[in-house]
Each structure stands twice: as structure tokens, then as C-alpha cells.
Design a binder for this molecule. Structure first.
Ligand code: SAT
Ligand code: MN
Length: 617
């Protein structure tokens, strides 16, 4: 391994007895842990087992330190509320770097710094940064431990909150470490520090973090260094940093896809099963779609994943997807019995961590949009909150972190390391105008064009302005670990190198189109099953579509709207391809493509030319 962090270990490394006698025979892990301990100077090193006793000890410790509030066990057993520092509430995209050896390989959509320079800079930040704290070593695997090639990682962190959250989100602990030892497996080293050492006698705060933040991927080395934040995707390094940014680079090199997609299983009343993967930007309802309760009679949805899909071509030429995660890290506000009854059942079982939601007087959680609004609560900032308050009770990016195994509609195939063959890929964004409810791509290249030009209004999942339209290719803008031009090319290649007839069909959806008065044209949530039904019927050659300049759009009659409280005008407006709106989109797409210069596959320019011609430009 080439993670040359800090100085070489010496005998004076007194930071902990655990590091001088680590409970592993895996040389690579031992020496990396020793080096990091030498550099960061923790008081103790704790090798995580992932067992229940450890969970109890760490959650109690977090309660004692004020990071956690234990929820009322009658409401939410074995569950906790964390309130973060009010400045540390979302992914920090402007502090996220792809430190490839060559700047060109980071591409125009990523921040870049020379890897040597970044390491020098961060090594100084890390020097002594764990003083007064415990350093936790978290062996984990993304995906199945029984996979043909298990995807190992080791996260070193000085945050017990991260350890507890990692236990929910990934398979981790002793069983993973044992397997790594048996096979002398390689792993992605993922180093995390909140960046707040404690001097002797200095009292800790409930949410330590640092104003200086770096979230850094070294794609060639397959290494992750994160500093200064304790939150979500900045700190749970198996998630976006590994399973998307680093894995997308591995996928490019090895011919597969690491995507920001949910995976669901759809069964028709006739018992026909289809698997759907769908990409939406953060906080656009991916979790709700993944756990959809269909309103169309007889149709059934089961969940396989809500955020990330790893997809490989199987022996039969089809594209198989697995969810590398073990839990859900869902947006809390707006989740309720109506919008996502299955998420509510999942979290009601307990064993969950909530971050930045409100605490009710009876020790339960509450957030905007949840039923039974309390007359009084403690807000995410720790203030008194009542329905009359000017401030929100919960941060818009507040989250529940809950075990996937508790999901009442988890598909049994979740446990199959081979994954499920995907029939359809949906790309979706949040757009008030222009984009119809659903459009089918003409072929894989056109579908890649749809994905590459996907646009969405920004949400609270990342810091920065909310509601601004930005291109978010394949909903991967913040997660592509290399040059996005090369990433598009990788998608095009997947279509060329494999049998198109066996690849999933591609669709573009928009649940968020509005009428002139600003109201949503489509009811969304469970009603989205009507769109899924149309998608499946298209695949089976049953549903009708109109060929439009932008692709195949349902004829109003082909969409099952029985029992839906919607006028014909509303349905037509939701499905309309407005040539003028699309013409206004062309300069934006052109400007977006020009960013990539020669790195943009020519096929995508050809697709754009075709679109222009069809719009009558
Ligand atoms: O903060 S996370 O990256 O884990 C969640 C998200 O933004 O989708
Ligand atoms: Mn996500």
C-alpha cells in the first residue's frame, strides 16, 4: 500500500497499548494503523468488533458526552438523537477534492489539488489531531462479505458517532477483519478526523468539528482522507467517498458501473417481476421511491437499496445490481405514514440514529411533515420550539440512519451477492418546467445523453444555495471520482461492448413539474407506481407512446390514471413536450457540454444535434 502517511512508526509511539499490540495478523492494516496513530497521537486505539456490547458501550458514551439523547424506548427502542454543530449539517462540495496525479483526470466538475501537495497539507492538519481522543479502527466491507471479490475498507476515525453510524450503514467489525486476514485482502484506507484535539483538562463539546474541512479522494491509490466534519457523507467514508467516488474509478478500470441509484423490485398482478434502478440527486425522493407503496391495485414494490447501486454484466449478458450498503441514511423532513409508510415502519423498530431532527417532550422525534405535530419540542438547534415558531424544528437535511434489514418490504434478493438483473434505469431530477413526467430513451446512447444532461434544482443535501437549476449528470455530479467526460464515455462504451437487447431500457422522469400557479402537476409518492407500471408495460411492448423530439412519452390513455384525482388538462400538462421550453434548454446543454472540451464523447454531440433537428431548430 502506498499510503505514506506521516513518519515511520518508532518505539516511542506510546499512544496506546492497542496499537503496539493490535488484534490482527493483517500486516497492511497493522502498519497503516500504527502510522496513523503515530501521526495523530490518540490517547487510545479501539479496534471495532461491531458486536452488541460495543454498540451499547459507544451509544452510552455518546449519551454521557451529550452528543446523543437516548429516545424513549417505548417510542423508538435502542435509538438516539444527535444534534450536530449548526455549521456541520451537509456534504461540503466546495471542500471535496479528487486528487488524481494528473489534473486532467479530475475533470472540469471536481476540485483538484496535486496529491503530494494535498498530503503535505493534510498531514500537518492530522498531526496530533486525535490527542485526547480515542482512535477507532473500523474494518468494513461494502457489499457482501460473500461476494466473489469482497470490497473491503478500513475506516480510522476519532468519532464514536461515525462508528455507530457505520455499524448501521455497512457490514463491519470482527467478521470482516477475520476474512481480510484469511485472504490477506487489499482494502481502501479511509482516514477520518473531526479535527478537534483535546488538550489535557479541556472539556469536549457535543459535536466536535473544525471550520477547516477537506474531503479528499486519491483515485489512483484508492485512498480517502477526510478532515474537519462529522456529518453524513463527509464522515461515513464507506458511503459516497468509497462506494461512489473511489468505486466509480474502479468501475471505469474494470468495466462496471458504480451509480447513485436506488434498486427496487416490481411485481405485477400477474406475478411478473422486474427490477428497476433509479438515479436522482440527493434529497429528491429516492428513498421514498425505493420503498414506494403502490396505489395501483395488485402491484407490489420491494426494496433492495435506496442510494447506491453497483452494476456488473453477468454471464448471461444482463446488468446485475447490488446495493453495497447495509442501512438507509434518509432525509427525515417530509417522511410520514403517507409519503413513506415503509420507512416509518423501518425506523419504528428502533436501532436507529437520528441527526438534527426535533425532540418531543415524551422523548420521541419529530420533523416537518410528520404526523402528530407536538405542541412543544426541542428544535435541532436545542431551542424551545412550538408550531408558532419562525424557525424549523428540524434541519432540512436532517436524517434517519436505520438498518435495511428492518425494512418490511426488503426483497429477499438483497442477500444474493450476485445481485438482480436490471430491466429499467430511471434518471430523474427536480424541475418545475420542461421535463415531462416520463420519457423513454430511444436507445442506450440516447439514454446516456439523457443522463449526461440531467438537471435538477439544488436541495439542502449539500451546503450552498437551494433551488438553483444545475446539470447533475446521472445524479452523480458530486460523486464522479474522475473526469466526467471519461465517465460519459464509459457509459457509451458499456452500451457498445454489450448486447443492447439485454441492457436495461432507460427513462427520464420528473415528479416535480408545476402548473402556472406553482402547484405540482403530478401527485407523486405512491402514485409514481403508475409511471413504473407504464415503464414495465413499455418494456413488455404493451404500452403506447408518442414519439416526440425528446423521446417516447406516454399517450394520456396509456398511463393508468384510474382513481386519480386529476383533470385531462393536468395530465396533458404533466406529459407535454413544449418545444419552446426545450429550445431554451439547448444553449444550456451546449454550454454544459463545452465544459468538457475534447473529453466529451462525440456521440453526445451527435445526440444534441439530433435533438436540435427534431425540435426544428
Ligand atoms: O450526506 S450523504 O452524502 O450521506 C447523503 C446525501 O447527500 O445523499
Ligand atoms: Mn444519495
Amino acid at each position: 500500500m502506498t499510503t505514506d502517511i506521516g513518519s515511520t512508526p518508532t518505539e516511542s509511539a506510546q499512544t496506546s497499548s492497542a496499537s503496539s499490540n493490535p488484534p490482527t495478523t493483517h500486516e497492511g492494516i497493522r502498519s497503516w494503523v500504527e502510522q496513523v496513530a503515530e501521526l495523530t497521537q490518540p490517547d487510545r486505539v479501539h479496534w471495532c468488533t461491531g458486536d452488541d456490547a460495543e454498540w451499547e458501550q459507544l451509544t452510552q458514551q455518546l449519551v454521557d458526552s451529550g452528543t446523543f439523547t437516548r429516545l424513549n424506548p417505548e417510542k423508538k427502542p435502542n435509538s438516539f438523537l444527535a444534534q450536530s454543530d449548526p455549521t456541520d449539517v451537509a456534504r461540503v462540495e466546495d471542500r471535496t477534492f479528487i486528487c488524481s496525479v494528473d489534473e486532467r483526470d479530475a475533470g472540469p466538475t471536481n476540485n483538484w489539488m496535486d496529491p503530494g501537495e494535498m498530503k503535505a497539507l493534510m498531514t500537518e492538519l492530522y498531526r496530533g489531531c486525535m490527542r485526547g481522543r480515542t482512535m477507532y479502527v473500523v474494518p468494513f466491507v461494502m457489499g457482501h462479505l460473500e461476494a466473489e471479490k469482497p470490497m473491503f475498507g478500513v475506516e480510522i476515525t476519532d468519532s464514536a458517532y461515525v462508528v455507530v453510524s457505520m455499524r448501521v450503514m455497512a457490514r463491519m467489525g470482527s467478521s470482516v477483519l477475520r476474512r481480510m486476514e484469511e485472504t490477506d485482502a487489499g482494502f481502501v484506507p479511509a482516514l477520518h478526523s473531526v479535527g478537534m484535539p483535546l488538550e489535557p483538562g479541556q472539556a469536549d463539546v457535543s459535536w466536535p468539528c473544525n471550520d477547516t474541512k477537506y474531503i479528499v479522494q486519491f483515485p489512483e491509490e484508492r485512498a480517502i482522507w477526510s478532515y474537519g466534519s462529522g456529518y453524513g457523507g463527509n464522515a461515513l467514508l464507506g458511503k459516497k467517498c468509497y462506494a461512489l467516488r473511489i468505486a466509480s474509478v474502479m468501475a471505469r478500470d474494470e468495466g462496471w458501473l458504480a451509480e447513485h441509484m436506488l434498486i427496487l423490485k416490481l411485481t405485477s398482478p400477474q406475478g411478473v417481476v422486474k427490477y428497476v434502478a433509479a438515479a436522482f440527486p440527493s434529497a429528491c425522493g429516492k428513498t421514498n421511491l425505493a420503498m414506494l407503496a403502490p396505489t395501483v391495485p395488485g402491484w407490489k414494490v420491494e426494496t433492495l437499496g435506496d442510494d447506491i447501486a453497483w452494476m456488473r454484466i453477468g454471464d448471461d449478458g444482463r446488468l446485475y445490481a447490488v446495493n453495497p450498503e447495509f442501512g438507509f441514511f434518509g432525509v427525515a423532513p417530509g417522511t410520514n405514514q403517507d409519503t413513506n409508510p415503509n420507512a416509518m415502519k423501518t425506523i419504528d423498530i428502533g436501532n436507529s440514529v437520528f441527526t438534527n431532527v426535533a425532540l418531543t417532550d415524551d422523548g420521541d422525534i419529530w420533523w416537518e411533515g410528520l404526523e402528530n405535530e407536538p405542541a412543544h419540542a426541542r428544535s435541532w438547534k436545542g431551542d424551545d420550539w412550538t408550531p408558532d415558531s419562525d424557525e424549523l424544528s428540524s434541519h432540512p437535511n436532517s436524517r434517519y440512519c436505520t438498518p435495511i434489514k428492518q425494512c418490511p418490504i426488503l426483497a429477499p434478493e438483497y442477500d444474493d451477492p450476485k445481485g438482480v438483473p436490471i430491466d429499467a434505469i430511471l434518471f430523474g431530477g427536480r424541475r418545475k418546467t420542461t421535463i415531462p413526467l416520463v420519457t423513454e430513451a430511444r436507445d442506450w446512447a440516447h439514454g446516456t445523453f439523457m443522463g449526461a444532461t440531467l438537471s435538477s434544482e439544488t436541495t439542502a443535501a449539500a451546503t450552498g444555495a437551494v433551488g438553483v437549476v444545475r446539470r447533475d449528470p446521472m445524479a452523480m455530479l458530486p460523486f464522479i471520482g474522475y473526469n466526467a467526460g471519461d465517465y460519459f464515455n464509459h457509459w457509451i462504451k458499456m452500451g457498445k461492448e454489450h448486447d443492447a437487447a439485454k441492457l436495461p431500457r432507460i427513462f427520464y422522469v420528473n415528479w416535480f413539474r408545476r402548473d402556472e400557479d406553482g402547484g405540482f402537476l403530478w401527485p407523486g409518492f405512491g402514485e409514481n407506481s403508475r409511471v413504473l407500471k407504464w415503464v414495465v408495460e413499455r418494456i413488455d411492448g404493451q404500452a403506447e407512446a408518442t414519439e416526440t423530439p425528446v423521446g417516447h412519452v406516454p399517450t394520456p390513455a396509456s398511463l393508468d390514471t384510474e382513481g386519480l384525482d386529476m383533470t385531462d388538462e393536468q395530465l396533458e400538462a404533466a406529459l407535454r413536450v413544449d418545444v419552446e421550453e426545450w429550445k431554451a434548454e439547448i444553449p444550456q446543454i451546449t454550454e454544459w457540454f463545452e465544459k468538457f472540451g475534447d473529453d466529451l464523447p462525440t456521440v453526445l454531440w451527435t445526440e444534441l444535434d439530433g435533438l436540435k433537428a427534431r425540435l426544428g431548430d
